[in-house]
Design a binder for this molecule. Structure first.
Ligand code: ADP
Ligand code: ADP
Length: 218
């Protein structure tokens, strides 16, 4: 599970995340809905220890990300594909992540097969389409078999089959009892995947309820 407590981020004079307090529970897909610029990525980056909160805390299973010796075994995430090294192959990216997290190399082949990149993984990341980059990012998120997963706009750049595959993946990860936190700027996407919806606008929590209640206008 993920616990946010008074989580706040300011850049210069602008507060982009305002005191978010919420718990993201296991066994559910929790959708994180808000327009572009609402603060979704910044929140996820703070959970992953990639941005330092200005105030408040973000805990995964009761600990800060930095406290984990092998973080990929605890939390996997799909963030911005721009983090890839263009000259390195997809497989090399995953092997490096596996090595630094004590994950056997054979697991890399498993997750590449899961995301349908077994053949393409020898190509350098610089030639990947957006959809292939998304698939590689999802493979990275699954690599450590973590109990907590975060996906930032995961259907971006995928073809219709890929979109359906991602939706089913989210559902099955939650059905296995994992914590799944997934962002989107589209309510239509959230309706198809989320059990619960956390809505933010301009960095502030606007709603947090079961999706059925939100659809009923509650
Ligand atoms: P979302 O993921 O919901 O689209 P972001 O978290 O990416 O929103 O951005 C929230 C706000 O924070 C935006 O106004 C964005 O311009 C700003 N922002 C994000 N990163 C930085 C940064 N490194 N420096 C300054 N402003 C930033
Ligand atoms: P490196 O340059 O060492 O390969 P990255 O720039 O890829 O590291 O990642 C920066 C940080 O983000 C690291 O602490 C890494 O553990 C974390 N990270 C990268 N990818 C993921 C992921 N898929 N899931 C969780 N954490 C990740």
């Amino acid at each position: 599970m993920i616990n946010l407590s008074g989580l706040t981020k300011r850049y210069g004079g602008t507060t982009v995340v305002h005191g978010l307090t919420l718990t993201i529970e296991p066994g559910l897909v929790t959708g994180f809905l808000g327009p572009n610029g609402a603060g979704k990525s910044t929140t996820m980056r703070m959970i992953l220890g990639l941005d330092r909160p200005t105030a408040g805390t973000a805990l995964v299973k009761g600990r800060r990300y930095e406290e984990f010796r092998h973080p990929l075994r605890e939390i996997g995430a799909l963030l911005d594909a721009k983090a890839l090294h263009p000259g390195r192959s997809g497989r090399a990216h995953l092997l490096a992540m596996a090595r630094s997290n004590g994950i056997p190399a054979a697991r890399v082949e498993e997750v590449l097969a899961t995301v349908g990149l077994s053949d393409a993984a020898r190509k350098r990341a610089g030639v990947y389409s957006l959809g292939m980059g998304q698939r590689l990012g999802i493979a990275g998120a699954l690599l450590g078999d973590p109990g907590v997963l975060m996906f930032d706009e995961p259907v971006n750049g995928l073809d219709p089959d890929g979109v359906r595959w991602v939706r089913e993946l989210m559902r099955s990860l939650a059905a296995e009892g994992r914590t799944v936190f997934v962002s989107s700027h589209l309510m239509s996407e959230m309706e198809l995947t989320a059990d619960r919806l956390v809505v933010i606008g301009k960095g502030r929590l606007l709603a947090d309820a079961p999706i059925a209640d939100i659809l009923a206008g509650g």
